[in-house]
Design a protein around this ligand. Structure first.
Ligand SMILES: *Cc1c(COP(=O)(O)O)cnc(C)c1O
Length: 376
């Protein structure tokens, strides 16, 4: 048994995918975004569950992720969303007719077009995020060049910069307008049935116009909200998309217990000092395993359905907990880091609030080398 166990709930994934299916209708396809080790949930375990649950396509960031999936799932359609470093040297590895590769430059299209089988080429358009993609202002010139060079283009895509961050969506609407104009420009140059896509979790939930031919759903596939603002926006718009179900549970076990006298220091830097007799538990999880060090003296884990406060600094591989109020707790008992215990629950959002980040970062940081255990 490992020092941590990461459980994935198949039924939670199915529930979240069904929720999006209902939302997006039959015309739009569902891309399960499994980049970055499936947001820490485990790449292959998640890919397998998502495909079983009826995801149409898988979305990844890197060529490496696409190749890992390909070794196991020979037929899956894989959308590679990130730019591929050293493309020239690695291009041969992309010869796969079920790879959909998002590119930002014509040189990249030319490299891919030479392959056999030819992967599907999707052009990224920068409509207001200033990250990747052709500038939407250059759509006319670029559409013309692609048409003249007879490059095979099958899709066109963009990405929103701030749908998650605000309840006011003028920037997203501006981007959507720019994207629609770009699609029209390409249509004028003969690209009439491109696969068009722009929506991630938040925009798929919020804007029906953004769902287009496929949605690229990451965070909400895992049962997490893109942000509180997304939830708030939906309620302001009087839209009810339903409940998401978190798919991941992170558990460990008590490794050691000590009784401390009042006035005893705990951990590196002696940042905590007991004020009363304290029963302290040590768990074998620290920042190496993916716990944010900002949880030091801040934040909780669950023992026997009760919150146990983190005492002192998070160590590299260990954390100390106050279990004074949980007298039955003993060595070997389960400790829930993320998930439910009795009537209590600690979510990735709680961790994000405690550490000043977003739920995306919390789950993505969970150590990748623990096996992911699939439950029903
Ligand atoms: C990560 C990513 C997504 C998924 O975003 P979520 O907010 O997690 O749903 C969609 N599209 C692109 C291009 C991405 O990089």
């Amino acid at each position: 048994m490992q020092s941590s166990q990461i459980y994935l709930s198949r039924s939670a994934f199915s529930h979240n995918i069904a929720l999006f299916r209902k939302l997006i209708g039959p015309k739009s396809k569902f891309t399960a975004v499994v980049k970055s080790n499936a947001y820490g949930h485990g790449l292959l375990a998640t890919a397998s569950i998502a495909l079983d649950a009826g995801a149409d396509y898988l979305g990844v960031n890197s060529l490496e992720e696409a190749l890992s999936i390909r070794r196991v799932f020979s037929k899956a359609t894989i959308l590679i969303m990130g730019s591929i470093p050293h493309l020239k040297e690695r291009v041969a590895e992309l010869a796969d007719e079920n790879f959909w590769v998002m590119v930002s430059r014509i040189e990249e299209m030319e490299l891919l077009a030479k392959l056999s089988p030819t992967p599907k080429i999707h052009l990224k358009v920068d409509t207001g995020m200033s990250r990747l993609g052709i500038p939407h202002q250059n759509a006319e010139v670029i559409a013309k060049e692609i048409a003249e060079k007879k490059l095979p283009l099958t899709g066109i895509a963009t990405h929103f910069a701030s749908t998650e961050d605000f309840t006011e969506h003028s920037h997203s609407m501006l981007q959507l307008g720019n994207f629609q104009d770009t699609i029209d420009t390409f249509a004028k140059h003969g690209f009439i049935d491109l696969i068009c896509h722009c929506a991630s979790s938040a925009s798929a939930m919020l804007f029906s116009e953004a769902r287009m031919d496929l949605v690229r759903v990451g965070i909400s596939l895992y049962g997490l909200w893109p942000s509180l603002e997304t939830k708030l926006s939906l309620s302001l718009m009087k839209k009810d998309v339903g409940m998401l179900k978190p798919a991941l549970t992170w558990k460990t076990q008590i490794q050691h217990i000590q009784n401390l006298n009042p006035g005893t220091f705990v951990g590196y830097g002696s940042t905590f000092k007991t004020t009363h007799e304290t029963r302290l538990a040590v768990v074998p999880v620290g920042y190496y395993e993916g716990l944010d060090r900002k949880l030091s003296n801040h934040g909780y884990m669950l023992v026997h359905g009760e919150r146990a406060k983190i005492l002192g600094r998070i160590c590299m591989n260990m954390t100390m907990l106050d279990i004074t109020h949980i007298p039955d707790a003993k060595i070997g008992d389960d400790v829930v880091i993320i998930g439910k215990s009795g009537n209590e629950m600690i979510s990735a959002d709680d961790h994000a609030t405690w550490t000043g980040t977003i739920n995306y970062e919390v789950v993505t940081k969970i150590l990748g080398s623990f096996p992911r255990i699939i439950e029903d």
